[in-house]
Design a protein around this ligand. Structure first.
Ligand code: ACO
Length: 697
């Protein structure tokens, strides 16, 4: 990884293309640097010479005597490459190339040349096609965005320049303090991973707000995120829907695995909070930047209105935020701070007449009670109390206790409450108009600090030689799709429970095998040319005796020869017929960015119609697989409904775990489905399987 110290803390800077004309980008960048209180030397570069903003202009970078750490390039694309070369030769450490007109419009060669020229002299490039860089530690605002940026502990890293500029505006409006804001632009050299690695160790950032459109190497990105300090959080907005969706895939899993769902899963695994909207993203980031880690799960709502309290309680249920119902604790803490007609039950209702003094008393008691871990303070505007003391109370509580315990405010009413909200936000206090936003932000805080234990991977035994042999014989045969029987052989070799089966080639053999396996059995045609076996009469179930085996064999052969005359029939599979359980589907696919990915869902309509599936990037620990299974909406069916007993979830976990290991040990398995994996009160059996292989040259 590059050492980006002097990109974020340049001692002296040059602005190549500093313009004399107000309003031009080269002028704004210089003006922002000056106004940001930058302490180092500033060298405006322009062949016209003269002065800009009272600073002497140099005609070229090479004519400067002193050292330069950072050059902002704001000349047109036609001269940007030579400008970069001149900077590199001068010994400038970093160039931030604001200029557009490179690979984003197909001008790939010039971009390559620019990087080569820079690298030849050890210079690194951010961009091209970026809005500049802001760094609070310098401090320097070398962007052409708004000039006023509040310093703070939030790092904004954006793959989109335009959105990045808008984010500067929005953070300024919301009074959010930034440690840095960077756009990555065309990533000709420095990438988001380089920037993140720097930010992980910059000693000021607490929260990273990431806007990404795509990742070339998702797996590397996940590895990188593992290196973040424990108390640094990442909130990401990911734009752009399914890319993989368009890819024609034979397997079930593949067709369900839009890349967006995989991003969702990967972010979850990596502990990144994914916000659906910018609004949520800003709310969560503000909350994470302001609040400490909650010491426990007990949340209390303090309100002056029953209605808004109930709305908040509903939102807590929706988001899974735990309201404490410990009556003894609530009574002891709040009984004496409210009128007789108030309620100390959670939500704690101070009633409509509560003002600054009542809120102070209640908040202070909650803040000093060790068994209350986070507070949602609600205020519904009434004409009973002046607003000013209320605001002072909230600010005082934040200053006194805000670093010890999370307090999140939601204020609802007219102009007066809006003013308080503004004021609270300007002090970096998490305050919202909508209770839903307050609760969703508190939930984000809890999720962010959820303990992520070190992923422990158990050893599993697999007959790798057998698996290798099956794959080789399929490849020798010139096929990419395995027969169902071959796929099941691999499953069995991987340690997954597969009901006994054999392929037979004659009636005599069929009878022999059926008797050996034991009735009832299932009979299925074995042919790579027949995909939908049932449709052509190639499957018979519930075969109970010798007579039925003989008749069944003849019937299947007759049906298949009649319906698919050209099919290469390799024989008939005789398999033990097993009782019905809960049908589930386990799959694996290969994602272009994240590599091997696992899928789980319940069979039938749950997968087909409701697309109720969960994904994880493989391999994955058993603990994480447990979470993956609980994630699907149809999960309660596995717990047992209408008097049924709980199904053997550990067996599902074990099967998925083995598939994760299998596809990583045998990367040529590109797609895999077990459909169904029949789950019982005890055990789970793979009744049918499909595998595709793809050998990368
Ligand atoms: N060295 C230094 N300065 C020079 C040189 C040179 N060799 N040659 C010319 N200049 C001066 C010019 O004289 C001019 O100064 P002046 O205004 O005092 O005369 C200055 O450099 C700028 O040159 P212009 O030709 O006027 O270029 P202009 O300002 O119109 O455009 C820019 C330059 C802004 C880099 C433009 O080419 C560009 O790329 N714009 C898009 C920027 C952008 O959007 N980036 C992505 C951001 S993220 C997002 O998506 C929003």
């Amino acid at each position: 990884m590059a050492d980006l110290k002097y990109l974020f803390n340049p001692r002296h800077v040059a602005v190549v293309g500093a313009s004399h004309k107000e309003g031009k980008i080269g002028h704004t960048v210089l003006k922002n640097i000056v106004e940001s209180g930058y302490k180092g030397k500033i060298y405006p570069i322009n062949p016209k010479g003269g002065e800009i903003l009272g600073i002497k202009v140099h005609e070229s970078v090479s004519s400067i005597d002193g050292e330069i750490d950072l050059a902002l390039i704001v000349v047109p694309a036609s001269i940007a490459v030579s400008a970069v070369e001149e900077c590199a030769k001068k010994g400038v450490k970093f160039a931030v190339v604001i200029t557009s007109g490179f690979s984003e419009i197909g001008n790939i060669e010039a971009e390559k040349e620019m990087v080569e020229k820079a690298r030849a002299n050890g210079m690194r490039i951010l961009g091209p096609n970026v809005f500049g860089i802001y760094s609070a530690s310098a401090p320097i605002n070398a962007t052409f965005g708004p000039s006023k940026i509040c310093p703070g502990n939030i790092a904004v890293i954006s793959q989109s320049g335009a959105l990045g500029i808008a984010m500067i505006g929005k953070t300024a409006e919301e009074n959010m303090g930034l440690s840095t804001i960077v756009s990555i632009g065309n990533k000709a050299d420095i990438t988001e991973a380089d920037i993140m690695s720097y930010v992980f160790n910059d000693d000021i950032t607490k929260v990273i707000f990431l806007y990404i459109e795509g990742l070339e190497n998702g797996r590397e990105f996940m590895e990188l995120v593992k290196k973040k300090p424990e108390n640094m959080q990442i909130v990401a907005i990911k734009a752009g829907r399914s890319k993989v969706g368009a890819r024609a895939v034979a397997s079930h899993t593949g067709s369900l695995a839009g890349s967006d769902k995989i991003f969702d899963a990967a972010f979850k695994q990596a502990g990144i909070l994914r916000a659906e909207s910018l609004e949520d993203g800003f709310n969560w980031v503000a909350t994470l930047a302001a609040c400490p880690k909650p010491a426990g799960k007990n949340v209390v709502i303090i309100t002056n209105g029953g209605g808004i309290g109930v709305l908040a309680a509903d939102a807590c249920e929706k988001y899974g935020v735990t309201l404490t119902s410990d009556m003894e604790l609530l009574k002891k803490t709040f009984e004496n701070v409210m009128p007789k007609f108030g309620s100390y039950k959670n939500p704690v209702d101070l009633t409509g007449q509560a003002g600054g003094a009542e809120y102070r008393e209640a908040l202070e008691r909650a803040l000093n009670e060790d068994n209350i871990h986070a507070i949602i303070a609600l205020y519904c505007q009434t004409d009973m109390t002046p607003l000013e003391p209320l605001m002072d109370t909230f600010i005082e509580m934040q200053e006194k206790y805000g670093s010890k315990k999370p307090i999140i405010y939601s204020l609802f009413g007219g102009e007066g409450t809006e003013e308080i909200l503004e004021k609270l936000k300007s002090k970096g206090i998490p305050a919202f108009g909508d209770v839903e936003d307050a609760v969703s932000s508190l939930k984000a805080l809890y999720t962010a600090y959820e303990k992520r234990k070190e992923e422990k991977m158990d050893e599993v035994e697999m007959d790798e030689e057998k698996i290798r042999k099956v794959i080789s014989s399929v490849l020798e045969d010139g096929r990419k799709q395995l027969l169902g029987t071959e796929a099941k052989e691999i499953m069995a070799a991987a340690g997954i429970d597969v009901p006994p089966f054999r392929v037979v080639k004659s009636i005599g053999e069929a009878v022999e095998v059926a008797e050996e396996i034991g009735y009832p059995v299932v009979m299925k045609v074995v042919s790579e040319d027949i995909i939908h076996k049932t449709d052509v009469g190639g499957v018979l179930i519930d075969i109970d005796d010798k007579k039925e085996v003989i008749e069944g064999y003849e019937a299947i052969m007759r049906n298949c020869r009649q319906n698919v005359p050209k099919a290469n029939i390799r024989g008939i599979e005789i398999a033990k017929m097993v009782p019905h359980g809960v049908e589930t589907i386990v799959g694996a696919t290969t994602d272009s960015s994240f590599g091997k990915v696992l899928m789980f869902g319940l069979g039938g309509i749950y997968v087909e119609v409701l697309k109720d599936v969960a994904f994880r990037v493989a391999p994955v620990s058993k603990r994480e697989i447990g979470k993956m299974i609980r994630e699907i909406s149809s999960y309660p069916l596995l717990l047992g409904v209408r008097g049924e007993k709980r199904k053997d979830i550990d067996s599902i976990i074990d099967s998925i775990y083995r598939i994760g290991i299998l596809v990583n040990r045998f990367p040529e398995i590109s797609e895999l489905d077990i459909n169904p994996l029949m789950v019982y009160e005890k055990g789970a059996k793979a009744l049918d399987a499909r595998i595709n292989i793809e050998v990368k040259k």
